[in-house]
Design a binder for this molecule. Sequence first.
Ligand SMILES: [Zn+2]
Length: 301
Amino acid sequence: MSAFRILPPGLLLAALAAGHAQAAPAAAAPAARCPADAGWDTPSAPHHIHGETWFVGTCGITALLLTSPEGHVLLDGGTARGAALIEANIRALGFDLRDVRYIAGSHEHFDHAAGIAALQKASGATVVARAPAAEVLRTGRSGRGDPQYGVLEAFDPLPGEVRLIGDGQVLELGPLRLTAHATPGHTSGSTSWTWRSCEGQSCVDIAYADSLTAISDDQWRFGDEDAHPGYLAAFRRSLDAVAGLPCDILVTPHPSASDLLARIGPGADKPLAAPGACRAYADTARERLDRRLAEEEAGAR
Ligand SMILES: [Zn+2]
């Protein structure tokens, strides 16, 4: 991974105080606010979300760092190029990638998972995933069981073991407790995560709800029971599950899906927490799925 020297001005003092005096001020710091035409690999400044939860992703792809005195958890690794931006953001906040103990994530597509191999190698962290996602992380390729199979990029396989986690199981590290929720549909391995975050006596539930978009390559039909029995029913259960997550603060793998970057950082102009955010997110996805199924019925797909 190349040595990035990016320090947003506001974070320079914090980083220096944290003993990172060797990091030079940036020639071109990532924008505090992302441009409207930002892509997956457009650098974003890191942002505090709540408590020990930090946004360390790019303008187009979320990565979250949950910190603790016993080490950190990283959720998602971005694209292959995005991994270096995530590492730079972790460093800019004054944290050390080598203190990341676990890397888990949303789903096994290259825009969220391709960077995991490099981040695992640099950190020595244990990668944790549900079984269908773990299989893709190990090989770097999805199979025909993925709705987007025909249009996906392969990525570097993970050389080491992936620790499996099941629906409802809790990933623990020091005071951190992240609950894994199986929410298949966008992919088979789609996983959402929830945790309680406290600032003093004030506690909230954060939900990292996975993508729920019913999109595919030209071959796949969500309504084709013969091709993939039970897939649609599982997808619908996921929509109900996400609607019911403990969810004061919704975070999504693509920041734009929950307007995340308008809710965090110095330029935030929308409330971070919103009652019913997960329910609204699931409702939007359900409408999209129903529209998609109607198109399939009509032969438009
Ligand atoms: Zn995806």
